[in-house]
Write a protein that binds this ligand. Sequence first.
Ligand SMILES: [Fe+2]
Ligand SMILES: [Fe+2]
Length: 252
Amino acid sequence: MTAQASLEERADALEQKMSDELDVLLSKSALFNMADGVLGASGMGFDLTTKAGKYFLMTDDPRLPKMPDRPTLLDFFKYRSKGTNHLLQSANLALKSGMPEKTVLACLLHDVANAIFIKSDHGYWGAQLIEPYVDEEVSWAIRAHQAVRFFPDESVGYKYPEMYVKHFGKEYVPDQYIQDAYKAARNHKWYMTARMITVHDLYAFDPNVVVTFEPFIDIIGRHFRQPAEGLGNDNSPVAHFWRTIRRPTKYL
Ligand SMILES: [Fe+2]
Ligand SMILES: [Fe+2]
């Protein structure tokens, strides 16, 4: 049996089990399966035994925490992330070192994609997620931190993170697109905002330090244009991102 086949079988068995336990049928996007080394969407009705009286999920996934009808940014952190310690500690550091509010917000949201969406190319995804709701400088800096963090800047005491040597090896060289993005960012008027994200990014965060959202509520209120109808219910170009995070297994 190939590794692909056994993974696929395990994924199918798991979906079958979940669907058996719930009164809805669950499907999984191609991307979710790819994370397990399996190609293609699953649970599409062709490869899942359809049980009488059960329909495919078109609303909230009952396995995930229920979200309010008009979810806010904080609701997404509360109901769709496993923890926000890293973001809060980074923002806290920026706040303590007297950074402008926009930079504090950028630090608070710099890894939003890791927290609730997609890890690969997280700076790009994170920037896009919040782009319609924040000042352009904030989303620009979050996008750029993806590349900037791989390059030292002695002028602000930023060194190539030790952690990256541990994670990727001494010989690791960032992809060409990252090198190009860094070069472009280096000459940009908002370079320092992106750089400050990396300076306040905690590569070895302390699990014992607990920071709450409290000190950042007003900053979010002033700099994040929360849509009154709720993130995902608005008509922004990225509203579907938020809807998908809310309902990742919705059939269509
Ligand atoms: Fe990051
Ligand atoms: Fe980070």
